[in-house]
Each structure stands twice: as structure tokens, then as C-alpha cells.
Design a protein around this ligand. Structure first.
Ligand code: ADP
Ligand code: MG
Length: 238
């Protein structure tokens, strides 16, 4: 079981408190989406789950472990960013296997995991290509493949589709939904896109200025937002 539990998490950068006491439970296998205006703290919160940013106070639990002070590599998480930073001199297969190679996994095991991720993401025909010979959507698929290969309990996505054009975004959204169904891992996904939030989420978290404004199922927030702010992000236009 590897849900994520945040308890009274606070983050200050110098004098500025950007996360102001967040309590949140993401259940095992749940698809949780963070929405909220630019600068409200979505990325910072996600980065604290990943261990890329230290908490100022509060605790982060993943599964049965308190990982508040654990290294990013020791949390069972993998993060997919908006910019996908593939190694240009490596093939798709090498890019996807690189993390496991660095941690000393045997070549055959890496090959098997890369093959499985390629199957899930329909990347098999592209495995020997270099990133420059891929489209933007294909590159983002490789970045997601790189996360799958690591076999994380929790996937963290920070606006992974916002660099793609509208048509590709729809295609990748369907892919991510299928990925979640197929591997059943816990996922936390940051987006600006209301349609992504509504269609992907089991649970939506609306953030405002470092605090949770409302948490709920997409349709509950849509039909019954607590206030105008939530309605502005998710609610029906009535
Ligand atoms: P979001 O992802 O919702 O747009 P962020 O989590 O990136 O918001 O940022 C939240 C706030 O924290 C913003 O005001 C941002 O300027 C500030 N911030 C983020 N990272 C740093 C940092 N490393 N140092 C100082 N301030 C930061
Ligand atoms: Mg952000």
C-alpha cells in the first residue's frame, strides 16, 4: 500500500511562506490532481513529495514510511516534468534505462523493463532512435517511459502536457489515463487544464496561496463548488 499522506506541511523560502499548512491524503492507487493559479504552490508541494524540496515543517508519508527526510531516490517515486530533458546522444531505449543502469541493475533486467514500458507506451518502433528524431509527443512519452522503468509506487507529474499542442495533449491525456488503469500506481498530477483535471482525477485538490481551498471528486466540485474561487477553476459556468 503506498498512498501519500501530508500532515501540516509548511514551506518557507526565506521569509515567504509558500505552503501554509497542508493536510492531504492521497489513497493508494488514486489519481489526484492539483489545480490552482500560477504561483499558488502546486510545484513546491509536489517537489516536497518527491524530496526535491525539503519541508520547513510537517511530515510526508508514503505507504507505511515517514519519508520527510528521505532522499528522492529512496521514496519509491518518479517525477515527470513539463520539459523532458532527454539525453540527446542516447537512444530512446538508453534514455529509458539510464536510471537503472546508474543504480547498477543487470543489463537483462533493464532490457526487460524498458521493453515493458515501451509496450505500455507504444514506443517499440522508436527504441533505437535518438531524441532529435522524435516529435514533442513522442519525447514526452519517453520521459513517462523513463518513470515507468523505475517501477515507482507513486508517479508525480508536473504539468507534463503543457508544452504540447492541443491535439497531442488530448492523445497523451488518454495515454496517461490508460497508464493509470494498467499499472494502478498512485498518481499526483499538476495541471492548468480543466479538462485534464475533470477527466483524469479521482480527486481534485484546489490550491490557493499555499493552502487547500477544497478537495473533492471532479463532479462534486463541478456541481457544488464551495465558493467562486473553486468555481472559477472547476465549476460549471452557471
Ligand atoms: P505553482 O507551481 O503553483 O505555479 P510554485 O510552487 O512554483 O507555484 O511556487 C509557489 C511560490 O513559491 C511562488 O511564489 C514562487 O515564486 C515561490 N518559489 C518557488 N520556488 C522558489 C525558490 N526556490 N525560491 C524562492 N521562492 C520560490
Ligand atoms: Mg508549477
Amino acid at each position: 500500500m503506498s498512498g501519500v499522506v501530508l500532515s501540516n506541511v509548511v514551506k518557507r523560502f526565506g521569509e515567504v511562506e509558500v505552503i501554509r499548512g497542508v493536510d492531504l491524503t492521497v489513497d493508494h492507487g488514486e489519481f489526484c490532481v492539483f489545480v490552482g493559479p500560477s504561483g499558488c504552490g502546486k510545484s513546491t508541494l509536489l517537489r516536497m513529495v518527491a524530496g526535491l524540496e525539503a519541508t520547513t515543517s510537517g511530515t510526508v508519508r508514503i505507504g507505511s514510511r515517514d519519508v520527510t527526510h528521505a532522499d528522492p531516490s529512496d521514496r519509491g517515486v518518479a517525477m515527470v516534468f513539463q520539459t523532458y530533458a532527454l539525453y540527446p546522444h542516447m537512444t530512446v531505449a538508453e534514455n529509458m534505462g539510464f536510471g537503472l543502469k546508474m543504480t547498477g541493475h543487470p543489463r537483462q533486467e533493464i532490457a526487460a523493463k524498458v521493453a515493458e514500458a515501451a509496450r505500455i507506451l507504444k514506443l517499440e518502433p522508436l527504441l533505437q532512435r535518438k531524441p532529435k528524431a522524435l516529435s514533442g509527443g513522442q519525447r514526452q512519452r519517453v520521459a513517462i517511459g523513463r518513470a515507468i522503468v523505475r517501477g515507482p509506487d507513486v508517479f508525480l507529474f508536473d504539468e507534463p502536457l503543457s508544452n504540447l499542442d492541443a491535439e497531442l495533449r488530448v492523445e497523451m491525456r488518454v495515454e496517461i489515463a490508460r497508464l493509470h488503469r494498467e499499472i494502478g500506481a498512485t498518481m499526483i498530477y499538476v495541471t492548468h487544464d480543466q479538462v485534464e483535471a475533470m477527466t483524469l482525477a479521482d480527486k481534485i485538490v484546489v490550491l490557493r496561496a499555499g493552502r487547500i481551498e477544497q478537495v473533492g471528486k471532479p463532479l462534486d466540485l463541478y456541481h457544488d463548488p464551495d465558493n467562486r474561487f473553486v468555481a472559477g477553476f472547476i465549476g460549471s459556468p452557471s
